[in-house]
Design a protein around this ligand. Structure first.
Ligand code: GRF
Length: 211
């Protein structure tokens, strides 16, 4: 198995990016972040990358006349950096079907709820946790899933559940969910690093650890 060379896409603070950087530096995750790309020039995620000597690129659709030109640029960055896996970490844009096709089964996203519940358009950030609390659900959690052409839809790779407490506000729930995200995302990427994820008919399976 070739070593994982990652491109991380992030739009915001980048705490998931930071958790991945930390896991790599602590030797828990066998991968290298080649480049971090953000559609938002002020994203702290770009600053986190720079602080760890990782290439940081601002790339937005607004810089191009057509979506195809944006895709061509992103694909050229992926190629130049020999990226073999794309990690979405709080990226607020959808990748085009073109990019999804080129990196089929090699793009993952993290979602702060148990998909297929509380996903889809509009379900991002604090809105997810508001919806969970308003629904009366007693359990929520984190989902790492493959990215396909449909929002929050691809095969589920890993999930972890946590209870919703009667005392929870959307903010306290968001915080507890985020702590799980930071652990689960690196675990999921490590499964790819060990070549242990098998995908069949929109389901993903974890192969036993080859000893
Ligand atoms: C996380 O809750 C993630 O699940 C969602 O966006 C948020 C990003 O947070 N997709 P951060 O930028 O990694 O801190």
């Amino acid at each position: 198995m070739k070593k994982l060379k990652l491109l991380v896409l992030a739009s915001g603070g980048g705490t998931n990016l930071q958790a991945i950087i930390d896991s790599i530096e602590q030797g828990k995750l066998n991968a290298e972040i080649k480049v971090v790309v953000s559609n938002n020039s002020n994203a702290f995620a770009l600053e986190r990358a720079r602080q760890h000597n990782i290439k940081a690129i601002h790339l937005s659709h607004k810089m191009f006349t057509t979506p195809e030109e944006f895709d061509a640029k992103l694909l050229s960055i992926l190629k130049e950096n020999e990226v073999n896996m794309i990690i979405l970490a709080g990226y607020m844009k959808m990748l085009s079907p073109t990019v999804v096709r080129v990196y089929k089964n090699r793009i993952i996203n993290i979602h702060p709820a148990l998909l297929p519940s509380f996903g889809g358009p509009g379900m991002y950030g604090i809105h997810v946790h508001e919806a969970v609390i308003n629904s009366g659900a007693k359990t929520t959690g984190v989902t790492v899933h493959l990215v396909d052409e449909v929002y929050d839809h691809g095969a589920i790779v890993l999930q972890e559940a946590i209870p919703v407490l009667d005392s929870d506000t959307p903010e306290t729930l968001q915080q507890r969910v985020l702590e799980i995200e930071h652990k689960l995302y690196s675990q999921a990427i490590q499964l790819f690093a060990e070549d242990r994820i098998e995908i069949s008919e929109n389901r993903s399976f974890i192969k036993k650890n080859p000893k």
